[in-house]
Design a binder for this molecule. Structure first.
Ligand code: B16
Ligand code: MG
Length: 214
């Protein structure tokens, strides 16, 4: 096998929180009269909350916002988002994801999370994977968000794997770039796969079993 560890992005790979992010950013943008649509939302995948806010505010032409005001807007979005997350349950973990994870683990691979989200522990707990992964590297332990490789390099270090023997799984182009910047191979699903950002661009996460087993 060419890999010792698989480093999974969370949102868009393990579970789908896209719609919750979209609705929360839309409500926040509406509250200050800023236009926001799904094209802008697509640019928010994989990047940190404050970088997302700067992208959303590109179309803001009101009075200058202080750092405190910007933080308050990010918190407003996060409060709305977390209200939606509370509705999540183990039913939001797709069966094909759970089966693929279990198979990869049975193959002897280390499994870790590499997510930009500060809500990672909460989401994992909601979907029943609170104690599942060998390591969790997320928005709480990094200073640089994807496309910087920091979150994946820390995940590799936590499981004691050489980055060259890690496979990153991503749905965001920024996340695929982060994996490559860290010297890792990348398998993509969703938006990143549609943009051919990965070394493998998958239709189903089940394809990981064949990729990892080769
Ligand atoms: P939070 P991932 C990312 O998670 C999301 O894709 C991105 O849209 C979000 O802004 C970022 O987490 C930060 O999330 O506001 O919860 O800290 O795809 O890297 O798992
Ligand atoms: Mg993602």
């Amino acid at each position: 096998m060419q890999f010792d560890a698989i480093l999974f992005d969370l949102d868009g790979v393990i579970c789908s929180t896209d719609e919750y992010h979209y609705r929360a950013w839309k409500a926040m943008a509406d509250s200050i009269g800023v236009p926001f649509d799904r094209t802008i939302n697509n640019r928010l995948r994989g990047v940190s909350r404050m970088v997302c806010l700067d992208i959303v505010l590109e179309k803001y032409h009101g009075p200058a916002l202080s750092a405190e005001e910007k933080l308050a807007l990010a918190e407003k979005k996060n409060d709305l988002y977390r209200t939606s997350l509370k509705e999540m349950s183990p039913a939001d973990l797709p069966a094909e994801v759970r089966e693929t994870l279990d198979t990869l683990r049975a193959m002897g691979l280390k499994l870790a999370i590499g997510s930009s989200s500060k809500n990672t522990p909460f989401i994992l707990e909601r979907i029943g994977l609170g104690d599942y992964f060998d390591a969790v590297s997320d928005g709480n332990n990094i200073t640089h968000s994807k496309p910087d490789p920091e979150v994946f390099l820390k995940a590799a270090e936590m499981v004691g794997a050489d980055p060259a023997r890690c496979l990153v799984v991503e749905d965001a182009v920024s996340g695929a770039e982060a994996g490559h910047a860290g010297g890792m191979k990348v398998a993509c699903v969703g938006d990143a796969a549609a943009n051919h950002a990965g070394d493998w661009n998958m239709k189903s996460i089940r394809e990981l079993i064949e990729i990892a087993g080769a």
